[in-house]
Design a protein around this ligand. Structure first.
Ligand code: CO
Length: 190
């Protein structure tokens, strides 16, 4: 596994619509391993392939790693809890409601803003072997994270779904992103 450089806001790679995965081969497994390595090393809860410069419909998520720890009985030490998920060619097939909550993104260091998302989703995707699967998520970090990462696959960024324009601009400025490829898309959810 190799930790990769994370593409930062302003790089056109983050605005590209990615290609579907056709081959479920060794190079796909290597990509996914690198994505997990990069995500865990950066203490993120999700990462999409374009964030390491690969224009494919692949995302990884682990929302437990950030928040859950278990106690190892042998060493009596707290150990990270892993719940890795790989979604390939994901599509949201059902969505319901709207909810505003705080979000960050590894491609925008030190930017946290209020973002509008669906409250409930059902996603259809393929696993690493190409098998079709479905996942339902509601009202939690997983639900929000999957929507955020799927957006990356379509060249959309969380600033496009900001709940408040003025506070987003302020957060971008404070993090040193003032004037960088400022988001042109109007507020949208869908
Ligand atoms: Co992101």
């Amino acid at each position: 596994m190799t930790k990769q450089q994370i593409v930062q806001y302003g790089d056109p790679a983050l605005r590209k619509v990615t290609s579907r995965v056709i081959k479920f081969d060794k190079s796909l497994r290597k990509l996914v391993e690198d994505m997990f390595e990069t995500m865990y090393a950066s203490e993120g809860v999700g990462l999409a392939a374009p964030q390491i410069g690969v224009s494919k419909r692949v995302l990884v998520v682990d929302v437990d790693y950030a928040s859950k720890r278990y106690l190892d009985e042998k060493t009596n030490k707290e150990v990270a809890s892993y719940s890795p998920l790989v979604l390939i060619n994901p599509i949201i097939i059902q969505k319901e409601g709207q909810i505003i909550s705080q979000e960050g993104c590894l491609s925008f260091p030190n930017v946290v803003i209020d973002v509008l998302r669906h409250k409930k989703i059902i996603v259809k995707y393929q696993d690493l072997l190409g098998k079709e699967r479905k996942l339902a998520a509601e009202d939690d970090l997983l639900c929000r994270c999957i929507q955020h990462e799927i957006d990356h696959l379509d060249g959309k960024l969380f600033v496009d779904k900001r709940a408040d324009e003025a506070s987003m601009k302020k957060a971008l400025e404070e993090a040193g992103f003032a004037g960088v490829n400022s988001p042109a898309s109007p507020l949208m959810i869908g």
